[in-house]
Write a protein that binds this ligand. Structure first.
Ligand SMILES: NC(=O)c1ccc[n+]([C@@H]2O[C@H](COP(=O)([O-])OP(=O)(O)OC[C@H]3O[C@@H](n4cnc5c(N)ncnc54)[C@H](O)[C@@H]3O)[C@@H](O)[C@H]2O)c1
Length: 398
């Protein structure tokens, strides 16, 4: 038997969920294998640089490298060295909005020869209800009793280092032993462990993301109602929430994008036999917002004669991740109307992007795609039509 000289192996360890988790465990004294197929990312991390923005991560990375708490691998044989295996790979939906379970099943098939039933298998990725028991059944086909736990990730991307230490950790497992081991492990980093049945934990994670997505949809629908009669939703919302706790959870309007919220709302819909009216309505509203904005602009301008600048291409503020960003959909819809479209971002790198200053100076219309903090002081020249759902740009003095 291979010697277990490592505490944890994180599969998908170079990703947005896997890497911060690896660093926080390393800071708690654990030896961690960052296992990933992305060789470029592994090389960059091993060199002491984060492959994406995650606030507070780089000092932890450098300390972990100095203390030799991190190992890097794309060789599945290394998995046998770890006591705990944490799976943090992507779990996307397909083009029909159904979860692509096959990828996870194929992953387990491929790695099983390198695992053994003494190890704790912890699923961290967001999964469709009953997936963990499905994985367990597949593992148990060899006649052994495997220990599968489900411990969902609930951080907000970009803020994982702080949140992993602040948020309670939901722990569930398919056996008492799996729950015991996962509880012991996560107690090293989380302030509190909340224990649930596996299916409850799978639902708690999906409900959390669907709930957030629906809240954004409510704000976006309210925005469209207010805007359709020429009113400023930001002012209306501010009056609603000021000193009035019952409305305080209403978010501002804005693009609800990124790789999780829509995807997980659709996982829940697929699980519930496509009967998730609120989720589907939220998708229609949130995904329809770019079309609504263009439609509204086309009533004021001949878009085929306009240069439209989009400020912010990442899917949310102050990070560099463009996955499933609605700014790109907005650009596509504008170009379909004949507009010339300019892109800028503070963090995401693309040789076709221009600076924010160039963008506001050369656009007839400016649309804020994401409220990066750097826009708070950006002055847009007089005469430029501005669409700023978040109200992040400074208000021009009269
Ligand atoms: N990004 C978030 O903020 C967030 C928050 C909570 C939960 N989640 C969930 O966590 C999961 C991972 O999301 P992410 O954003 O970290 O994705 P990601 O794409 O950033 O990371 C996944 C990593 O897995 C690697 N990978 C893919 N297949 C692999 C394989 N077969 N073997 C080894 N490595 C492999 C990829 O190279 C990548 O580095 C998803 O289920 C997601 O829904 C994400």
């Amino acid at each position: 038997m291979t010697q277990r000289d490592v505490d944890i192996c994180i599969i998908g360890g170079a990703g947005h969920v896997g890497l911060p988790l690896a660093l926080v465990f390393a800071a708690a004294g654990q030896r961690v294998i960052i296992y990933d197929l992305n060789a470029d990312a592994l090389k960059q991390i091993a060199g002491g640089t984060m492959p994406f923005i995650e606030y507070g991560a780089e000092p932890l990375l450098q300390a972990a490298l100095r203390d030799q708490r991190l190992l890097f691998s794309s060789d599945p044989r290394d998995m046998a060295r770890a006591k705990h295996i944490i799976v943090a790979v992507g779990t996307p939906v397909d083009e029909y909005l159904n979860p692509k379970l096959r990828a996870l099943i194929d992953l387990f098939k491929a790695i099983k020869p390198n695992l053994d039933p003494d190890q704790t298998i912890i699923i961290r990725s967001t999964v469709f209800p009953r997936t963990c028991r499905f994985v367990l059944r597949a593992l148990n086909e060899d006649g052994h009793n495997w220990h599968v736990a489900y411990c969902p990730e609930r951080i907000a991307q970009g803020h994982a280092i702080r949140e992993l230490k602040d948020l309670p950790q939901i722990v569930s497992g398919c056996s008492e032993e799996a729950v015991r081991r996962a509880t012991e492990l996560f107690s090293l980093i989380a302030p509190q462990v909340i224990t649930l049945e596996v299916e409850e934990a799978e639902l708690a994670k999906l409900f959390s993301n669907a709930w957030r997505y629906i809240q954004f949809a409510a704000a976006n629908q309210f925005y469209m109602v207010a805007e359709s009669i020429g009113l400023d939703f930001t002012r209306v919302r501010q009056a609603m929430v000021d000193g009035y706790g019952r409305a305080a959870s209403l978010p501002g309007a804005g693009f609800a994008a990124g790789p999780c919220l829509l995807k997980d709302t659709m996982q829940l819909a697929a699980f519930n036999n496509n009967s998730f009216t609120l989720g589907h309505a939220a998708m229609a509203i949130n995904e329809g917002l770019p079309n609504y904005l263009v439609d509204s602009l086309s009533r004021r301008h001949k878009l085929s004669e306009m240069r439209v600048g989009i400020l912010g291409m990442a899917f949310k503020a102050d990070i560099d991740d463009i996955r499933d960003s609605l700014s790109y959909k907005l650009g596509k819809v504008l170009r379909f109307q004949g507009a010339q479209v300019l892109y800028s971002d503070e963090f995401a790198k693309d040789p076709t992007f221009i600076t924010k200053e160039q963008l506001v100076a050369s656009s007839d219309v400016v649309i804020v795609g994401v409220p990066h903090s750097a826009y708070k002081t950006l002055v847009v020249p007089d005469g430029v039509d501005v669409v700023d759902l978040w109200g992040v740009l400074p208000i021009n003095s009269p």
